[in-house]
Design a protein around this ligand. Structure first.
Ligand code: C5P
Length: 269
């Protein structure tokens, strides 16, 4: 239980230098399951280097490439295929890129993984990287979604905005699942509905998680690790509570251990 609790923690490497990102990996290796590289490190040209280091430290793929791809199907498929070569565990695309784009991404990853590891007798080939979908960005409120055409003015005047957003998120999650996508990124308040709609095997990765002892920072609506896992999340993206823990908790490792304890309790419950 303890080991699988650690595996559920994803630490975002929200740093702008190589040294800070590597220091974080060196401190937390084997204490968490995954490190996430996002647009900051990708734009700085540092993401591949960090993936390489993480592989060297852990001797297994441990990076979630959070590139949120969205483009024409052919372009996204080629990019996803290329990412398979770098030893990562997960990558993501926008569901709003469309069904054809998602199917192309899933197919490209499966094809490239088979091409790289063709021999079924090779011991311990790395698992095929998972392809996840982003549904609606949680940074967008209802009015923003009306501005971009996601919802109509009629819906703005008449409906229950939260229910409308939740329904759209569920529709996009089901579409992603139909396209063969392995799971979605979802805010804590959507976990339960997605789990019910998409069933057990569909991965749910949830940011916006805060233990009781941590500051909320800029996260508006949060859940504790215990709650998020109890609701059905498979992975929790937890940044500042681990990378910048309060004094009374101590080091990054101590923060990660406390969170793993809490997840283990939820798994045992
Ligand atoms: O430090 P904190 O735990 O808030 O970090 C959360 C991570 O998850 C950040 O990398 C942030 O960009 C990402 N994220 C988020 N909320 C979303 C999507 C992604 O906080 N809706």
């Amino acid at each position: 239980v303890r080991a699988s609790a650690r595996e559920k923690i994803i630490v975002p490497l929200d740093f702008d230098t190589h040294d800070k990102a590597i220091a974080c990996i060196h401190e937390l290796y084997f204490k968490v399951g995954t490190f996430k590289v996002g647009h900051e490190l990708i734009s700085a040209g540092l993401a591949h280097d960090v993936v390489h280091w993480a592989w060297r430290v852990e001797q297994r793929p441990v990076v979630f490439w959070d590139g949120k791809l969205k483009d024409i199907p052919n372009t996204v498929a080629r990019a996803c295929g290329i990412l398979c070569r770098y030893g990562i565990t997960m990558m993501n695309v926008h569901a709003k890129g469309g069904a054809e784009m998602m199917r192309a991404a899933v197919r490209a990853v499966a094809d490239e993984h088979r091409r790289l590891w063709p021999d079924p007798d090779v011991p311990n080939p790395p698992p095929r990287p998972k392809v996840l979908a982003v549904t609606l960005l949680t940074s967008l409120g209802f009015d923003d979604l009306v501005e971009t055409g996601e919802f109509s003015l009629v819906e703005q005047t008449n409906g229950d905005h939260e229910a409308q957003i939740r329904q759209r998120v569920l529709d996009l999650a089901r579409l992603a699942q139909d396209c063969g996508v392995d799971g979605v990124i979802a805010s804590p308040r959507e976990i339960k509905a997605i789990r019910e709609a998409c069933g057990g095997g569909f991965l749910i990765v949830t940011p916006g998680v805060r233990p009781e002892w941590a500051a909320k920072n800029d996260q508006a609506r949060v859940m504790t690790p215990f709650e998020a896992v109890s609701e059905g999340a498979d992975y929790l993206v937890i940044g500042r509570p681990i990378t910048d823990p309060p004094n009374e908790v101590g080091s990054m490792v101590q923060a990660a251990e406390l969170i793993a304890d809490e997840i283990a309790q939820a798994l045992g419950a």
